[in-house]
Design a binder for this molecule. Structure first.
Ligand code: SF4
Length: 333
């Protein structure tokens, strides 16, 4: 009994002694809750500040962005080869390179140009003139892009800016990319990477995917076949690698020019070193552009080159895969 009473009083004593601990625990509990609420509140405020700053930026800058103009020469809808999903590809005028195998000769000059089309009709051939290239404001281009937003949303697609070299119109490109991002559209740039680093840095935050051309690893050969050296191409690729941007590398396979073992191993080594390529698209040379050169009254410099065989393309694919680089022939999804 004594023992029980002792034990009972001991319990009371213990309970009594535990009371401050409970209060202390409660305080800790409330402190935690208070901390969580404060932390969440601060997070909410920071988020709100960020979104508000974006909104302010949008409101104050949107008009300026929308009024910037640029020159495009085509818009292709429902494309499947220029990035994930169904895409709208905008072709921009102007290119600093003059590749021997160029498939878009109408893109090279910055200004609009007139071409002659031949129209066979009732045994006669009629000539019509067509102006290639039109200047438009970013807001108008955005409206054209938004026409396809339903397809983009349903297919996880987006918009791709190609050329020519879209970075040539860096201010216009940055403006339209920003406007697209404000509409939550996935953005991609198909670029040679040639030009000042500043042009690339301007578009980096608004570009989800880069389709990046690597043609020739030796700068002298690059100059011989494209008209310019490749120093900035390689430096800008390093910039993209450091930014951790999702990148498809595109290698045109032109027999006798880009398909040498030395060039292909050189490109593969660079890519393996930079860890930049999500995949390598091997684009076989073809002669579909011959008609375009004719319309422009120009000679196709690569008219004598034959497309690579399927077996050769498979060999090249294996070469890149031996460097643990996933490769695709043609760049189809
Ligand atoms: S970079 Fe592209 S658009 Fe420019 S010349 Fe070469 S192939 Fe043509």
């Amino acid at each position: 009994m004594l023992a029980l009473r002792y034990s009972h009083s001991n319990i009371e004593t213990t309970a009594f002694q535990l009371a401050p601990i409970r209060i202390y625990s409660l305080r800790i509990k409330y402190f935690h809750s208070f901390f969580h609420i404060s932390f969440s509140f601060c997070l909410f405020l920071s988020l709100r500040r960020y979104l508000f700053s974006q909104l302010v930026c949008t409101e104050t800058m949107q008009k300026d962005l929308k009024d910037i103009t640029g020159v495009i020469f085509d818009i292709k809808r429902y494309t499947l080869h220029d990035g994930p999903g169904i895409r709208t590809t905008v072709f921009m005028k102007g290119c600093p390179m003059r590749c021997t195998w160029c498939q878009n000769p109408e893109s090279c000059r910055m200004l609009s140009e007139t071409v002659t089309n031949e129209l066979p009709l009732d045994g006669a051939v009629y000539e019509t003139e067509e102006v290639i290239g039109r200047r438009l404001a970013a807001k108008d281009l955005l409206q054209e892009i938004l026409r396809d937003s339903l397809f983009m949303e349903q297919s996880n697609g987006g918009v791709t800016f190609s050329g020519g070299e879209p970075l040539v119109q860096s201010v216009f490109l940055t403006a339209i990319l920003r406007l697209c991002k404000m509409q939550l559209i996935h953005t991609a740039i198909d670029t040679t990477g040639y030009g000042p680093a500043g042009n690339l840095e301007a578009v980096l935050p608004y570009t989800d995917l880069f389709l990046y051309d690597l043609k020739l690893i030796d700068t002298n050969e690059h100059r011989q076949y494209t008209g310019v050296g490749n120093e900035s191409v390689i430096e800008n690729l390093k910039l993209i690698a450091r930014a951790g941007k999702f990148t498809y590398i595109r290698v045109p396979i032109v027999p006798g020019i880009t398909d040498t073992e030395k060039n292909l191993h050189g490109i593969a080594e660079l890519l393996a070193q930079l860890h930049v390529a999500a995949r390598v698209d091997l684009l076989p040379f073809h002669k579909a552009a011959e008609k375009k050169y004719k319309r422009l009254h120009q000679e196709f410099p690569a008219a004598h080159i034959e497309p690579p065989t399927h077996e050769r393309m498979e060999e090249i694919k294996s070469l890149f895969e031996s460097y643990h680089l996933p490769a695709i022939i043609g760049g189809v999804q």
